[in-house]
Design a protein. Structure first.
Length: 537
């Protein structure tokens, strides 16, 4: 019998030394066969990503080390492998799609250069042959008008488009094993289905094994042959996917399968005041061409949108990646240039100077899609959450501000004693909760939430939905909730706006939009979401 393509035996991962040591992974074992899909599932902080990073030896040494274990690729040990061997394995034999594309892509290099680098190193492609293959890969992963995106920088793409670029980079070397760490986190349901089909097709054509790390149990049931359920650094249950889903034996697995966002949004009071409005809002990005780089066209990211938001109301904004959802959120807070009126408490802020706008910033906060990219790695969690308190002079002294920070961390389900730790010491889901705490600590009137649950596993999603609803009830905060996860939108939003190509195609009460959509595009979105829910049930 030929050996398994990948064999992980008794793997342990420890961060730090002595009394400060943290055992992130404890005696984990599994195998991965050629052409097989194995899913690692579990809550944020369960050790899934740390296990995957150990395979390619990408953990920060010497802080992270392995007290025990073995990782064999075709019988060859990787834990003690020299760096030249690891370089030949990374990106070629084993490739990885990381969870947070904005921090994984170089902000100074074009998409063509970054995907092309893999082709040049591992396949020796250069010049036009390399550029043609980059274009082919971008088409494969569903980048619209890919020929116009070759020279784009990462910040010029939507979150979903950046994730697709990461997948293209990983597939460029045609690896034996693809480690996919939440590869569809930033994608809407329609593109998610395309990406999953693409991965399956490539897996079948190349005989590629897939190690799939995700919190989306619908994807696990759809994609995985086998599943390992991780909890507190250990594998607590493993087996064929159908068996684990239909007949779970461990209590944690049962809780995980039962977890989903529940409840209904509380309708705002009929006489609730308007806290934010926009009228005919436009964000157009110029497209330049020719020798003189004149403007020849525009990308109409937001094209004439009007909305009104009342105290205690949640407006859900849905649509495919690149539809303009995030740009709308940035424009409402004047974080990107726009045209049209933006009213906060009845006052137009569009023409105000930064100094005039600063006092209002306390009342308008945003939780960004990528928590690691929006949290400074040089600041502790306490400094990150407390920065707004200092700017707006809230709290009589450092002790009072520390107490307010502790309260905000407790509200989002984090230990207040963690405020002296740094972002890299937290899981992706925990970092997102830090970002939410940073917004909540100022008790704002409006929070723009840009995919705030996309990086979270299903059980934590449900907790965050309950948390946001509870905070809204207590503080009457208005939310603009941007998401591709329609289950979460249904649980939180009392009004829904559907966007496509920068415009609103449907807008109305959530119940009406979900139960009786009027537009074909909305119907397609709902059908895709319903399909994913059917997969999970």
């Amino acid at each position: 019998m030929s050996p398994s393509l990948l064999r992980v035996e008794n793997l342990a991962v420890r961060f730090g030394h002595g009394h400060e040591a943290v055992d992130a992974v404890k005696s984990v074992s599994f195998t991965l066969e050629r052409g097989e899909t194995l899913a690692l599932v579990g809550e944020s902080g369960s050790g899934k990503s740390v296990t995957a990073l150990s395979i390619l030896q990408l953990l920060p040494y010497p802080r992270a080390h392995h007290p025990s274990g073995s990782i064999l690729l075709d019988g060859q040990e990787l834990l003690s492998a020299p760096e030249p061997l690891l370089r030949s394995v990374r990106g070629h034999r084993v490739a990885m799609v990381f969870q947070e594309p904005m921090t994984s892509l170089n902000p100074l290099h074009s998409i063509a250069d970054q995907v092309g680098e893999v082709l040049e190193i591992h396949q020796g492609l250069r010049g036009e042959a390399k550029r043609a293959r980059v274009l082919e890969l971008l088409h494969l992963v569903g980048i619209p008008k890919a020929e116009n995106r070759l020279d784009a920088l990462p910040h010029e793409l939507s979150g979903g488009q950046r994730q697709r670029v990461m997948i293209a980079m990983a597939l460029a070397g045609e690896p034996d094993i693809l480690i996919a760490d939440e590869p569809t986190t930033a994608l809407d349901v329609t593109i998610q289905a395309q990406i999953l089909k693409l991965l399956k097709d490539l897996q079948s054509r190349l005989g590629m094994a897939l190690l799939f790390i995700t919190h989306d149990l619908g994807i696990v049931r759809k994609m995985a042959d086998r599943v390992c359920v991780m909890y507190k650094g250990q594998v607590v249950e493993e087996g064929r996917t159908a068996t684990v889903f239909d007949h779970p034996t461990h209590d944690y697995t049962k809780r995980l399968l039962a977890a989903e966002p529940k409840g209904k949004p509380a309708a705002p009071a009929a006489d609730a005041p308007r806290v934010m409005e926009c009228r005919d809002l436009k964000v157009w990005f110029p497209i330049k061409g020719g020798i003189w780089r004149r403007t020849i066209d525009h990308v109409k990211a937001v094209d004439g949108i009007s909305l009104s938001l009342r105290q205690g109301q949640t407006l859900g904004v849905v649509g495919e990646s690149g539809s303009g959802k995030t740009t709308l959120g940035l424009a409402l807070l004047r974080l990107t240039d726009s045209q049209g009126a933006i009213l906060v408490d009845g006052q137009d802020i569009q023409g105000q100077s930064p100094g005039q706008l600063r006092p209002k910033r306390r009342h308008m906060q945003m939780v960004f899609q990528d928590p690691f990219g929006s949290l400074s790695p040089r600041l502790s969690v306490g400094q990150i959450v407390g920065e707004g308190l200092e700017v707006h002079k809230i709290g009589a002294d450092a002790a009072e501000r520390r107490a307010l920070i502790a309260q905000a961390l407790t509200e989002v389900g984090l230990d207040p004693d963690t405020q002296d730790r740094y972002p890299h010491e937290f899981s992706g889901g925990q970092r997102q909760r830090v970002a939410i705490a940073r917004a909540l600590v100022l008790k704002p009137k409006v929070i723009i939430l840009d995919e705030p649950t996309s990086a979270l596993d299903v059980s934590v999603q449900a907790q965050i939905v309950d948390l946001l609803r509870d905070i809204q009830t207590r503080h009457a905060i208005a939310y603009v909730f941007i998401s591709h996860d329609l289950r979460v939108v249904r649980a939180l939003a009392d009004e829904v706006m559907v966007m496509k190509d920068g415009q609103v195609v449907e807008h109305g009460p959530a119940a009406a939009v979900f139960d009786a959509p009027a537009q074909d595009y909305t119907k397609a979105l709902m059908a895709a979401a319903l399909h994913m829910e059917t997969v999970e049930s």
